[in-house]
Design a protein around this ligand. Structure first.
Ligand SMILES: [Zn+2]
Length: 465
């Protein structure tokens, strides 16, 4: 049996309907491997449909432009050229006639123009750009190329995927408004007139490290990226992120995320972070009703380190030291900062010796305890009664941000240790990855190319990432 596929084009202007065969498939015996289309056949089919589709659209467009739309005189063709246009279903050569400017337009200094060069400046379809960007935000450029070539009738060049991804990242960045010191709008009176605010937002912010690449230097070290996530009881959570030394509008970036979460000026917002200066400046002046808390997760992490160091001392006062640490933790948990500081002080004093060896474990623990003292003291106004918040079911810890750092940075950028990034490259990757994970990439494309339909099947992909 032979099964043929035809394309039928109706110009809907009285011209005859055109029918064209674009593929034929032969099948004899039925078995699992002859039932329906193979991958190869499906690619051929898509490629041929696309080619026919596009050629007809272009022909019609050229036809409409053969006469001047002002004086209706026939335009003169200067030359016949072509452009190469890449789509999801194949790379196509499109006729691109160069017309002389019509003599009715005296003001125009240009003598001629190429019809499609103006219409299609990008030479790559939005759908192909979308898939390239989406997949490369989730998996490596190489794997993206393999996936695309597996299912679509296109050659997916890695450098072209890289170029598209960076271009889209720049476009995403361009949507972020200018950096400002303060994002609080209006005054108390105006805020009071706003509709009743939604439930509070909780924003956790933390840092992660990425392997640096500087030319051929294989030991270029690391650089820091900041990642944050905003949680709300009824809205889906959103992420934001940037490379510290590269980004010049981090506050505006955070503000954009909060606005997308529906933040209004009379709404409460809680920021949780580890108290670093970069992060603290970032979250200031976002909202008049914001609360800034030192994250419980980072406090306990430090206490756990000290606990382990005490174990390593092989000291007979181990129990006493453990009890001291327990009491320090208990006091911070209940927001008793002064008492906690006293306890840290006396804990640290226990390690004081006149001639302490600087390489000894005792010295290291004492140093660590002193740093912990400074950490708690300099963040004292951000320490709250965690016990009480916990009782009320409020978030006290950014462990959810640790998962975000992992999902935004580590899985795509750190996991493979040999992978090294430039600050710009990492920053761009973070932007596209966040747009994908936030389920916003398709929406952005639809804003740039309003005719792209807004189908959204990204939800499942959060799990794949
Ligand atoms: Zn004219």
């Amino acid at each position: 049996m032979k099964i043929s596929v035809q394309v039928i084009v109706d110009p809907e202007n009285g011209d005859p309907i055109i029918t064209k065969s674009i593929a034929a498939f032969r099948r004899e015996d039925l078995s699992s491997d002859t039932l329906g289309l193979t991958i190869k056949e499906s690619k051929l089919l898509l490629k041929n449909v696309q080619s026919e589709f596009v050629i007809k659209q272009v022909d019609q467009y050229i036809g409409k432009h053969k006469t001047c739309n002002q004086c209706y005189k026939k335009r003169k063709i200067k030359s016949h050229t072509e452009i190469v246009y890449r789509t999801l279903f194949g790379k196509l050569k499109l006729p691109n006639p160069r017309f002389y400017m019509c003599s009715c337009n005296k003001n125009n200094k240009q003598k001629s123009y190429s019809l499609l060069s103006v219409l299609l400046p990008e030479r790559i379809s939005p759908e192909l750009q979308y898939l390239q960007t989406k997949w490369s935000s989730l998996v490596s450029y190489g794997v993206t190329s393999n996936i695309i070539e597996d299912v679509l009738p296109v050659h997916a060049n890695i450098s072209s995927i890289f170029y598209t991804t960076h271009k889209i990242a720049k476009q995403l960045d361009a949507e972020i408004g200018e950096e400002k010191h303060c994002f609080i709008d209006g005054c108390e009176n105006e805020w009071n007139q706003l509709p009743n605010p939604d439930l509070p937002l909780t924003v956790g912010i933390d840092g992660g490290y990425i392997n640096a690449r500087e030319g051929s230097n294989r030991k270029a070290g690391w650089f820091e990226a900041i990642v944050g996530k905003s949680l709300h009881e009824t809205h889906t959570s959103k992420r934001f992120g940037f490379v510290c030394k590269y980004d010049d509008k981090p506050k505006s970036r955070l503000n954009t995320m909060l606005k997308r979460q529906g933040l209004q000026m009379n709404q409460n917002i809680v920021f949780l972070s580890d108290g670093g200066d970069t992060v603290r400046t970032l979250q200031q002046n976002m909202s008049p009703h914001s609360e800034h808390l030192l994250d419980w997760f980072h406090i306990t992490m430090r206490i756990t380190v000290m606990k382990q160091m005490v174990k390593g001392l092989a000291n007979n006062s181990e129990d006493k030291l453990h009890n001291q640490l327990k009491s320090i933790k208990w006091n911070i948990w209940h927001g008793n900062v002064s008492k906690a500081l006293d306890k840290i002080d006396s804990f640290s004093e226990d390690f004081y010796e006149e001639k302490i060896d600087k390489n000894s474990k005792r010295f290291k623990l004492r140093k660590y305890a002193n740093e912990f003292y400074t950490y708690i003291e300099s963040n004292r106004c951000y320490i709250t009664n965690y016990a009480e918040r916990y009782r009320y079911g409020e978030i006290i810890s950014t462990s959810f941000v640790e998962a975000t750092v992992n999902e935004v940075i580590s899985k795509r950028m750190v996991k493979k240790q040999q992978m090294r990034w430039t600050q710009e490259g990492a920053h761009r990757m973070i932007q596209v990855r966040i747009a994908t994970l936030n389920n916003e990439l398709r929406d952005e494309f639809c804003r740039w190319y309003p005719n792209m339909d807004n189908i959204n099947n990204n939800q499942v992909l959060e799990n794949v990432a």
